[in-house]
Ligand binder design. Structure first.
Ligand code: ARG
Length: 448
């Protein structure tokens, strides 16, 4: 063979990566063969021979004995050629009323349905780890931040449950994505449908699809379900990356709020004091390639005329990479969170200066009748004064308070981190009562 031919073969081949779909390809072919026989398009005995052949090819693949060939391009042709070798010419009947175009659409949908279920389970396990950590530290109050500046006291559990919410929405997104993946494209043929009396509903039942596709052109050229998975994965990675960022920050010496388990950190080769949060950093880093894969498939699809175009073969590597990256990131995070030790002392240390209670002082004045804006102004000046004296609010005398407002009385000293958190007891707030409710809701959602 000429070098240029070999080059082209290598260029157009997808077998190096789509061999991963062998199980789905065989499962789809078996369902198709059964239906062909049921509809008397091929003979029952022919279907049996084909199915036996396919099953033994699956075994060979799983035992590493099957010879994949680049010149046979893709997984479909490789399996079909294998079938010819095994059962002879009757193998040629399998591809009746089918095209590789509806075949690959089917394989991908079968593949993605499994991966979506797995992703949802992994999200659930991660949520579980977060809830465990929150429950084990239910009473801990920490600084809540805006602009990464200390803002108001919150419960650590409340902070962790914010991530629970993100992962809950992710689960919903994957469930939604499942609806679109769960459609049978087989029967669409190359593009126009097939001229045989196939029973699409039967195949759908056999392969456990909820629906059959309603337009053959669309069915062979639709990759929305791939895009939706990758989009949902990108959002999930964004959430993981935000969590990663906080864990990295909190485990720094400057914060010292948490310690990540030894197994999830690595030492430095030259600086013996270091324990680097590599796992969290890599999850943050891998977010980039998952975004990239989404951009890739969107761009591949954007100007394709109907129906199938070979461009679409480019859907696979990005999808596989995203699936693998997401699975491993979710799994490793669920494990890592279980190893986190909370350093309560350091967290309270960070709130030793009590300026984080400024809002509560303003709310205090509001309860005594001052309009909020005015109260805000009073406390701003009070805080400026306290800072200039190097004093905390709790160290100011009532006389000093009175220089700013006559409304302050002894009960101002009752404002604490605990009272601040407890006061925010509206639904969705950070009070212990609300957080307890949120925890039971979370546990219920994990079970669902
Ligand atoms: N390997 C192809 C893909 O992944 C399968 C469909 C090929 N169809 C065709 N007419 N060449 O997209």
């Amino acid at each position: 063979m000429k070098d240029s031919n070999k080059q082209v073969q290598g260029y157009v081949a997808s077998i190096p990566f789509d061999r991963r779909l062998y199980r789905q390809d065989i499962e789809g072919s078996i369902a198709h063969a059964r239906m062909l026989a049921r509809q008397e398009i091929i003979a029952e005995s022919e279907a049996e021979t084909i199915i036996e052949g396919l099953k033994s090819i699956q075994e060979e693949i799983e035992q590493g004995k099957f010879q994949f060939k680049t010149e046979l391009e893709d997984i479909h042709m490789n399996i079909e050629a294998g079938l010819f070798e095994k059962i002879g010419d009757v193998a040629g009947k399998l591809h009746t009323a089918r095209s590789r175009n509806d075949q690959i659409a089917l394989d991908l949908r079968l593949f993605l349905r499994e991966e979506i279920s797995k992703t949802i389970d992994e999200l659930r396990a991660l949520q579980s780890s977060l809830v465990e950590l929150a429950e084990a530290n239910e009473a801990v109050i920490m600084p809540g931040y805006t602009h990464l500046q200390q803002a108001q006291p919150i419960l650590l559990a409340h902070h962790l449950l914010a991530y629970f919410e993100m992962f809950q929405r992710d689960r919903e997104r994957f469930h939604d994505c499942m609806k679109r993946a769960d459609v049978l494209p087989l029967g669409s043929g190359a593009l126009a449908g097939v001229p045989y009396p196939v029973d699409r509903e039967l195949v759908a039942r056999e392969l456990d699809f909820s629906k059959v596709s309603t337009n053959s052109l669309d069915a062979v050229s639709d990759r929305d379900f791939v895009i939706e998975y990758e989009a949902a994965a990108a959002v999930t990675m964004m959430h993981l990356s935000r969590l990663a960022e906080e864990l990295i920050l909190w485990s720094s010496r400057e914060f010292g709020f948490i310690e990540i388990g030894e197994a999830y950190t690595t030492g430095s080769s030259i600086m013996p004091q270091k324990k680097n949060p590599d796992v969290a950093e890599l999850a943050r880093g891998k977010t980039g390639r998952v975004y990239g894969n989404l951009m890739g498939i969107l761009t591949t699809m954007k100007a394709l005329p109907l129906a199938y175009n070979r461009d679409m073969q480019e859907d696979k590597e990005g999808l596989f990479d995203t699936v693998d990256t997401l699975h491993s990131s979710l799994e490793v995070f669920a494990g890592m969170i279980k190893t986190i030790k909370i350093n309560t002392e350091r967290i309270y240390q960070a709130m030793k200066t009590d300026y984080i209670l400024a809002t509560d002082l303003a709310d205090y004045l509001v309860k005594k009748g001052l309009p909020f804006r005015e109260a805000h102004g009073v406390v701003a000046k009070l805080a400026e004064y306290a800072m200039s004296k190097g004093k905390n609010f709790r160290e100011l005398s009532l006389k000093e308070y009175h220089n700013f407002s006559p409304l302050f009385t002894d009960d101002v000293y009752a404002i604490t981190l605990e009272s601040s958190a407890a006061a925010r007891s509206i639904p969705g707030g950070t009070s212990p009562r609300q957080v307890e409710k949120a925890l039971s809701r979370a546990k219920r959602l994990i079970r669902e």
